[in-house]
Structure formats: structure tokens, C-alpha cells
Design a protein around this ligand. Structure first.
Ligand SMILES: NC(=O)c1ccc[n+]([C@@H]2O[C@H](COP(=O)([O-])OP(=O)(O)OC[C@H]3O[C@@H](n4cnc5c(N)ncnc54)[C@H](O)[C@@H]3O)[C@@H](O)[C@H]2O)c1
Length: 271
């Protein structure tokens, strides 16, 4: 059998497409001939992404959408299916840390505001679950599709200051395994659910903790690089191949896995 990495003509929905990693994935999928429905809660950033996709000659639609608004997600799902007939791929990128949910150096866990804990766990866990339920139903009905969730290194071992984010990204791994099982057992082996666990990439949500305003490294990012055998941050384009592979027929026997894209961070003890 010929190995097929193609996502040409597939309908791909990408949440958080106005952000750094989601925007890069959207651009990549367009360059590979996929149709992209870009979702983001921030209209301005979404418009920038969609303009970029269209000026690259791509077939793209944009939806201002909150991944925590299940009712609106169902409406958006209908609109995408009305326009393009189906949904083949869902990439759940929306998420990230929230300033209030990041403990300062001088705080302990007992200073954590429960409302910030609630917000960050909601965004990263339910913000993956709700789009999966809304769009995954289309895949269940037709018996094929691929869902990619985004976890984090914070799910592998404890990272200081970001408790809610870490717990939610660990939940994303379990949800990935659970949905992989459910889809294959109850619907079709052709519906696969996998996750990636990015190492450290400079995004809007972590720029301030990794870089000083003049672009120099913070103490935290020096620690990150000390634990990264490749001694650098990831380039945002370096997620593209991993995600495309998992979405393609080349990964037809792969479901329920988490693929680290991390320059070796998760496999290195630091010693
Ligand atoms: N940058 C990294 O190093 C890194 C590492 C591991 C995991 N991640 C994960 O990758 C994903 C993308 O990160 P990024 O660095 O591109 O961050 P980003 O902040 O650039 O992008 C996140 C996007 O999600 C959108 N968003 C936030 N809340 C939303 C909501 N309720 N509904 C819809 N959209 C919403 C934001 O508007 C933003 O455009 C996140 O899930 C993040 O946790 C990032």
C-alpha cells in the first residue's frame, strides 16, 4: 500500500486559528490543499488569519466562536457542513494559560483564586471537549475523521506556577484516549483521535514569561532550554508535519496517542 500523507480537499476545522500555533497550522493546511474553517474568539486576529489564508489562494472561512459556547459551536458545525458538505479534520488548538491563573513567584498554591482556576481549566479542557462533541458527531455519522488535541509538557511532569493549565492539559490526554476508544469501538475504526504535546514555542499566552520586553531570555526560559537537548524553542512551523501526519492515512493504525514535539524536553532528565 502506498503511504499517503495527503490532506488535499479535506475539510479541516481549526480552533484558536487566530493564535500563533493555530494560525501557522491553518496556513500549512491551506498550502496542502485542505479547506480550512478557522475559529477564534478574537475577531481581529481571526480576520488577519482568514485574509492570509485567502490571499494564499486557499478555500477558507472564519467564524468568531467561543469554544466554551456549545450551542454556538453546534450552529457553526451546521454552517460548515452546509457550505462544504462535511468535516474531516478537527484540530483543537484554542487554549493557553491565563494571566490570573499563573501564580507569581512570591505566591503559593494557597493564594490561587478559584475563579481563575475555574477559567483556565474550563478553557483548556472543556474548550477541547465541546468542539469535539459538536464536530465529532459529523464524523460519527459518516464513519470517518481525524481529531487532534493539543496537550503540553505540563502534563508530563510538574511545571511551577501553572497548576490549572497543567491539570487541564493532563485531562486533554485522558480525553484523547477516551474518545479514541469510543469512536473506534462504537462508530468506526476510521475515526481517529490523537494529541500532540508541544514543547516550548513562543506564543501570545507565554511570551511574557519566556522573554523580557527586549527579547532576552527570562530565568524561566533559561531553565526550559537547559532541559531541552536541542537547546532552542520550537519554530511554529515545526508542528505542521506532526499534525498533518496524524491526520493523514499514513497514520491509519494510530489512535489515542500523544506525540511530543519538544526538541527532546520530555525524554531528558536534565542530567
Ligand atoms: N506556545 C507554546 O509553547 C505551547 C506549548 C504547549 C501547548 N500549547 C498550546 O497550544 C495552543 C495554542 O497556543 P499558542 O501559543 O498558539 O497561543 P495563542 O495565545 O497564540 O493562541 C491561542 C488562541 O486561542 C484563542 N482562544 C482563547 N480562548 C478562546 C475561546 N474561549 N474560544 C475560542 N478561541 C479562544 C485565542 O484568541 C488565541 O488566538 C494552546 O492550547 C496552548 O496551550 C502552546
Amino acid at each position: 500500500m502506498r503511504t499517503n500523507f495527503s490532506v488535499k480537499n479535506k475539510v479541516a476545522v481549526i480552533t484558536g486559528a487566530g493564535g500563533v500555533l493555530g494560525g501557522s497550522l491553518a496556513k500549512h493546511f491551506i498550502s496542502q490543499g485542505a479547506k480550512v474553517a478557522a475559529l477564534d474568539i478574537r475577531r481581529e486576529q481571526l480576520d488577519v488569519t482568514v485574509d492570509r489564508l485567502r490571499s494564499a489562494g486557499g478555500d477558507a472561512m472564519g467564524f468568531v466562536s467561543d469554544v466554551l459556547d456549545y450551542k454556538k459551536l453546534k450552529t457553526t458545525t451546521r454552517q460548515i457542513v452546509d457550505q462544504w458538505g462535511t468535516i474531516d479534520i478537527l484540530i483543537n488548538v484554542a487554549g493557553g494559560n491565563l494571566p490570573g491563573a499563573t501564580l507569581r513567584e512570591d505566591q503559593t498554591v494557597f493564594d490561587m483564586k478559584l475563579e481563575d482556576w475555574q477559567k483556565v481549566t474550563d478553557l483548556n479542557l472543556n474548550g477541547t471537549v465541546y468542539p469535539t462533541l459538536a464536530m465529532g458527531r459529523i464524523m460519527a455519522e459518516k464513519g470517518s475523521g481525524s481529531i487532534i488535541n493539543v496537550s503540553s509538557m505540563a502534563a508530563y511532569s510538574a511545571i511551577t506556577r501553572v497548576l490549572g493549565y497543567s491539570v487541564a492539559k493532563t485531562g486533554v490526554i485522558n480525553f484523547t484516549q477516551w474518545m479514541a476508544m469510543e469512536m473506534a469501538l462504537k462508530f468506526s475504526e476510521k475515526i481517529r483521535v490523537n494529541a500532540i504535546a508541544p514543547g516550548f514555542f513562543i506564543g501570545d499566552q507565554n511570551r511574557a514569561v519566556l522573554l523580557h520586553p527586549d527579547g532576552s531570555l527570562t530565568d524561566r526560559s533559561k531553565k526550559v532550554l537547559a532541559r531541552t537537548p536541542m537547546k532552542r524553542f520550537g519554530d511554529i512551523t515545526e508542528l505542521n508535519g506532526a499534525v498533518q501526519f496524524l491526520c493523514s492515512d499514513a497514520a491509519s493504525f494510530i489512535t489515542g496517542i500523544v506525540l511530543p514535539v519538544d526538541g527532546g524536553f520530555s525524554s531528558f532528565s536534565g542530567v
